[in-house]
Design a protein around this ligand. Structure first.
Ligand SMILES: Nc1ncnc2c1ncn2[C@@H]1O[C@H](COP(=O)(O)OP(=O)(O)O)[C@@H](O)[C@H]1O
Ligand SMILES: [Mg+2]
Length: 405
């Protein structure tokens, strides 16, 4: 047991490793092929597998020694009993029947020990597995509802960030420092900045995927932490940076945020998202959506996800880098129609983008750099006074982008 238990534990880790390598190989199969890394991946899997095999052989050698050893002990004991008992019988101190009875008891006892030791072989494996399961089950969410959650008012819509600081767990640097802004119904807040500047981090604070380290965020005048998460998520409609679709039909994907949506409402959302044309060609609302939306292009997926976001009734609509895969014309048409949409007009819209043309017509533009808001205002104000904004504008104009606001 002393040797086998630690080995069993490491064996369990090695199964994990095999699973991980195998899964990566499956999901990344196209990347692996494109980079000609088939052999490398095969070797990696072979390595993980060999490692598992070696440990397996070692541990089962030890375990397989147990049976012969115990048989040896049982037989040795029997020999001892017969030898010693034979002498006792010889000197007429004991009867033959007693010797046989003694031998039977001894054998039974030893066999029970053998059984117990077999169980002990399985216990460490179960232990290692149970520890892993408990790790997950015992994990407490850091985001919890207040004891007595208050109702989130349905309107009028407003969104306020009040001196918000945020840091990822274990990070030295603040991911967001002293973010301050507010917006009311009908307004569009745009966030622009380079990759890694903290744009996604900022919008992910709104549905409480994370809580700020200090400062407060309010939706419709109520602190996010005071409302229940269910009510909060009901009031927010978000397009995350990665467009996620589920296998099913266009309709089943669209009604994800609004179960009782009518076909007319769905088509309206698709119209606004500039998606109705290709959906009509692909078989309408009952058209098939494959796993991960694989039968659509990146830009089409993005538009579908945008349509899903628009369909839901919410106090705040968030689009995280949702327009980046759209061409300039579609991007511009989409934002025009979005502004005309009644539902969106009575809500706050937050648009994250990298292109000046996407943000130029927003009521409030936040320029973010390294987690700091380095400027806020309208396009004209920032164009005149903000250095970072001027640099972004400059770099994009040079590439021939048009600002059509
Ligand atoms: N889950 C995370 N844990 C730790 N750091 C993160 C996490 N997500 C993002 N970051 C860090 O926070 C910074 C901002 O990331 P992000 O908000 O995704 O940028 P953007 O959306 O502007 O491209 C980056 O430097 C990134 O490394
Ligand atoms: Mg991002």
């Amino acid at each position: 047991m002393f040797f086998a238990v630690p080995l069993f534990k490491s064996l369990q880790k090695k199964i994990d490793r095999i699973n991980l390598v195998f899964r990566e190989g499956l999901t990344g199969v196209r990347v692996i092929r494109a980079f000609n890394q088939d052999q490398f991946e095969q070797d990696r899997f072979e390595g993980a597998n060999q490692d598992y095999t070696n440990t397996g052989i070692k541990v089962f050698m030890i375990v397989s020694l147990m049976f012969p050893i115990i048989t040896l002990i049982v037989s040795g004991t029997n020999i001892g009993i017969v030898w010693y008992g034979g002498q006792l019988i010889g000197s007429q101190a004991m009867e033959v029947g007693n010797l046989v009875a003694f031998m039977t008891y001894a054998t039974q006892l030893l066999i029970s020990f053998m059984m117990v030791s077999m169980v002990f072989v399985f216990v460490p494996r179960a232990q290692a597995s149970a520890a892993r399961i408990n790790e997950v089950m015992d994990l407490k969410s850091k985001i919890n509802d207040a004891d007595q959650p208050v109702d989130l008012p349905a309107g009028p819509a407003s969104l306020t960030f009040d001196h918000v600081n945020f840091r990822y767990t274990g990070a030295e640097k603040l991911a967001l420092a002293d973010v301050n802004f507010s917006a009311t119904a009908g307004q569009t807040v745009a966030i622009i900045g380079g990759t890694g500047s903290g744009k996604s981090t900022l919008v992910n604070l709104i549905p409480r995927l994370f809580d700020p380290e200090s400062g407060q965020i309010k939706l419709n005048g109520t602190a996010l932490t005071a409302a229940s998460q269910a009510a909060l998520h009901d009031a927010i409609s978000i397009t995350q940076q990665k467009a996620v679709l589920f296998s099913g039909t266009v309709r089943s994907n669209m009604v994800y945020g609004m179960k009782d949506a009518s076909d007319a409402q769905i088509w309206h959302a698709l119209d606004v998202a500039q998606a109705s044309d290709f959906i009509k060609e692909e078989g309408g609302l009952d058209g098939v959506v494959e796993q991960d939306g694989a039968n659509f292009s990146g830009g089409q997926r993005q538009r579908l996800v945008i349509a899903r976001t628009i369909l839901k009734r919410a106090s705040v609509y968030i689009f995280d880098d949702s327009f980046s895969a759209l061409d300039f014309k579609t991007d511009s048409l989409l934002r025009q129609d979005l502004r005309k949409d009644e539902q969106v007009q009575s809500a706050v819209t937050v648009i994250v983008a990298q292109r000046v043309s996407t943000v130029a017509d927003a009521d409030l533009i936040l320029v973010i750099d390294g987690g700091q808001i380095v400027g806020q205002g309208t396009h004209d104000e920032l164009k005149a006074t903000n250095k970072t904004y001027q640099e972004i504008l400059e770099s994009q104009l040079r590439k021939g982008d048009e600002v059509d606001a």
